[in-house]
Design a protein around this ligand. Sequence first.
Ligand code: 13P
Ligand code: SF4
Length: 365
Amino acid sequence: MAAVLKLDEFNLLDDGECDARIVAARKVLGDRLCILGHHYQRNEVFKHADFTGDSLKLSQLAANSDAEFIVFCGVHFMAEVADILTFGKRTVILPDLAAGCSMADMANLVKVRRCWAEISEVLDPDQHVTPVTYINSAADLKAFCGSHGGIVCTSSNARAVLEWSFARREKVLFFPDQHLGRNTAKNMGISLDEMIVWDFTKPLGGNTPEQIKAAKMILWRGFCSVHQMFQPSHIENFRKRVPNGKVISHPENALAVCEASDYVGSTEYILRTVRASQPGDHWLIGTELNLVNRVADEMKEKGVTVEFMSPTVCMCSTMFRTDPQHLAWTLDNIVAGQPVNRIRVPEEIAEPARAALNLMLEVVD
Ligand code: 13P
Ligand code: SF4
């Protein structure tokens, strides 16, 4: 058996040399390979993807893929979802294993179990609380939801998932992103008075038993470090400068940013909406920089102006980890018959996680 090719050697190659290797490997592997690319990927990687999308679209594409190898240019939880939904029958590869999601890391199984146990001092959570995890979370948290009558959501189906949840139990524990939970619940007519934040560093999440009993939404105190950079003042300044401009934001933004925006939705929704605009339109977008720069270039040709919401450069540093060097390295190792960086979720976790993911996919249908 050939030896595994070393990443160090690929790190010495320039992007052009990596491009040539990626193109050659894709030719050799043909239909055996499917490269999925999230919208936040940098151009040098994004251009090699067979399919691109938001988390929901990419999980559906992965679930329906016949390819033997799925190379996921995204972050760790996305590759886990691909492995879970393909029952471990495909080889799912994450080009850089350090490509995680800092928001996903803000909740873990120990903390969520402790939260569940503390809630049970006040009421029976398995009777009264649906646990809902954002897809940006580790597989064992999806499994936790699957084992407790709960479900997964993405940024594009959070409302449908919350409606499903409230039809079953009167409360929701939403983790890890407080903002997606708050924005979605507020849109559904749930008032801020009916929401509490669960601060996992404090007993009872920093709440009294009465507050827990009265709450409809229990929001985990997690957030996205990229989206927290966007502020309502950025929108106010834009509106002064461009009175006819339109503002579109991702629901991981704080409530004040979403409420000051004209449109709010997933990365796929943002792209669809901006692409449908007319010459002369002017947009301010509150989501990750690589997506915004790409759509700004694309729309320039159509006479549409696109601006990034923050004056400072903020991109998702973990999405950025996947570079042409890692992609070329993983593809050449597949060609050599030595796949590296396989993401494999143990079946005892995958099975309940799959149940929660499948519920989400049914709710979307
Ligand atoms: P989307 O599902 O909207 O692409 O969002 C994923 C994500 O991580 C946003 O920060
Ligand atoms: Fe995670 Fe935020 Fe990066 Fe999305 S943008 S992958 S939520 S850290």
